[in-house]
Design a protein around this ligand. Structure first.
Ligand code: AMP
Ligand code: MG
Length: 539
């Protein structure tokens, strides 16, 4: 039975939202407020209204995110919710705007980019006193839309919505997603830029984060020599998002930059832990808070291949391939250092901080690997070799990274050093076990023996080790083909799999016997299917 909520009830929960639009209040605005394309000088943002849509329809919402905003599920199920978060209705207190930013795309400076299809509705202070910015993605053109339409399709919106929440529950710093709505309108997209445009259902996601500020928001001002604006945005960001650093000063700018380097390193360590490939690590897609942001042609490693990228646009160069992400993050931080240089006017201290990124990353990576392997701590003398050898055996034949680590937790140290069947419990992780030659098996068994010896040296019980490993090695990740199955169904009008996957991804480390099917390795049909192994920026 469907219970209709009286409109007053829904009204009151939205009316209680406490808007405090600090960004627009404290930073300079573009005097013009139309969505006409333009170069915006002397401003951090432009006021712009979402474009109304014909027939908003809710596909899904994330209750935990609603709760951050003090909204209950009844409010999220209301018609008013769909009207608000599709951009059709503004609430009192909302003051919509798009921000101006630049960025390096694939290593080249691209000039002004900006929120081309993102419109911030405002910032909410919740009952805990936390600040949350609400942002619609796909709500129509802005001054920054360049040659595009400001819209988003269902396919990419399902991917953004589900992955934001999957990452959050995996413990990876990320922007969140409140809602996924259909607009009731069609959008034209040429998915692989190969002259085959198609009509696809339009959609809007409402993203939620303390701030959506990117490296590119700072870069644009330095590039334009608008140093006053650079300082204003930096001071604002420090006061609002890094208040523990104290009042802005030259020393505080350096501390701030160090914290950004540290947070970025931590984010990348998490990506490497769970097998996430962002796909478009341009500087305009790097959050100043170290959050994963802008879910486009991202992907999850199925077989462990450090050279893999899901993004067909990047297939040749592989700039953003899995194993290259730590270096690219550093490259991006160097660009940010260049952008804030005018505030510091000395290269050495910035270089010294950049050097710390490597230390943070190395340290974080070692701790993370020790956890993945269930070791008490990473011991350089033995574990550098152990992890280097692991890296090799994972690449002998197609090996599912997620399943491999999960199964590894089940192995029990034995006294039988001749055991050549150690590998048997891991066979599930291999895409084509028949490809494992005698030589491969020997190599893997050798590694497993040294691993189990190492584990025995720690003296931790198998049960305790398993528990430790299973708390950092997920059983459920948003496998590329799973998201695609949810998209296929949603495009046919059935939203159930989007909601089922959201539910499964809420507990990625738990055994969920009833959801075993979502933990299985990629089926053969998905190997070369568009959307499963190949994605593009067209979204
Ligand atoms: P990305 O690297 O895919 O996050 O986007 C690069 C730039 O293109 C950003 O400034 C986006 O806002 C903009 N952009 C991407 N898709 C669209 C679209 N459909 N309409 C307007 N701008 C877009
Ligand atoms: Mg982007």
């Amino acid at each position: 039975m469907k219970i209709n909520i009286p409109p007053q009830q829904a009204d009151s929960s939205f009316a209680a939202l406490n808007f405090d639009n600090c960004f627009v209040r404290e930073l300079p605005a573009d005097p013009e407020s139309s969505n006409q394309l333009r170069q915006v000088h002397g401003a951090c943002y432009s006021r712009v209204n979402p474009t109304p849509v014909v027939a908003p329809q809710r596909v899904a919402f994330a209750l935990e995110v609603a709760e951050l905003l003090d909204l209950e599920s009844t409010a999220c199920e209301s018609e008013e919710f769909s009207q608000i978060f599709s951009g059709n209705r503004l609430l009192p207190g909302m003051d919509p705007y798009s921000t101006c930013y630049g960025g390096h795309q694939f290593g080249n400076w691209a000039g002004q980019l900006g929120d081309g299809r993102a419109i911030n509705l405002g910032e909410i202070i919740n009952q805990q006193g936390e600040r949350w910015a609400l942002q619609l993605k796909g709500a129509g053109p802005t001054p920054y839309s360049r040659r595009a339409d400001g819209l988003a399709v269902l396919r990419s919106s399902v991917r953004e919505f589900l992955c934001s929440e999957a990452m959050y529950h995996l413990g990876v710093p990320t922007t969140r997603a409140l809602s996924l709505l259909l607009t009731g309108e069609q959008v034209t997209r040429d998915m692989f830029y190969d002259g085959h445009p198609q009509q696809e259902p339009g959609a809007v996601v409402c993203r939620v984060a303390p701030s959506f500020t990117r490296f590119g928001n700072f870069q644009i001002f330095t590039w334009r020599n608008e140093i006053d604006l650079l300082r204003q945005l930096t001071d604002y960001t420090i006061r609002t998002d890094f208040p523990h650093l104290g009042e802005p000063s030259r020393a505080v700018y350096l501390q701030w930059f160090e914290e950004i380097c540290r947070r970025t390193a931590e984010m990348i360590v998490h990506w490497m832990r769970v097998g996430f490939v962002h796909g478009v690590m341009n500087t305009d897609n790097m959050s100043i808070l170290g959050l994963t942001i802008d879910y486009g042609p991202y992907g999850w490693l199925e077989n462990y291949d450090p050279d893999w990228t899901p993004n067909t646009t990047d297939a040749q160069g592989g700039r953003y391939r899995f194993g290259h992400q730590p270096q690219i993050a550093l490259w991006n931080l160097v660009q940010l250092a260049n952008a804030i240089y005018p505030l510091i006017e000395q290269a050495e201290p910035l270089e010294a901080v950049l050097q710390l990124y490597n230390d943070h990353y190395q340290q974080g990576w070692r701790e993370m690997m020790a956890q993945k392997l269930g070791l008490k701590k990473f011991e350089t003398t033995t574990d550098l070799l152990l992890t280097a050898e692991l890296e090799k055996i994972l690449q002998l034949v197609e090996t599912d990274m997620t399943i491999f680590y999960r199964k590894l937790a089940d192995l029990v140290p034995t006294d039988n050093h001749d055991d050549n069947n150690l590998l048997v419990p891991l066979l599930d992780a291999y895409y084509q076990p028949e490809e494992l030659t005698r030589k491969h098996r020997d190599q893997i068994n050798d590694w497993l023996r040294s691993y189990l010896k190492r584990v025995a040296r720690d003296g931790v019980s198998t049960a305790a080790r398993r528990q430790r490993m299973n708390s950092v090695n997920p059983k459920y990740v948003l496998r590329n083909y799973l998201a695609q199955l949810a998209i296929d169904k949603a495009e046919a009008g059935d939203h159930s799999l989007v909601n089922d996957l959201l539910e499964v991804m809420r507990q990625p480390y738990a055994e969920q016997p009833e959801n075993e099917e979502f933990s299985l390795k990629r089926p053969e049909w998905a190997r070369h299917r568009a959307g499963c192994s190949m994605l593009s920026c067209s979204s």
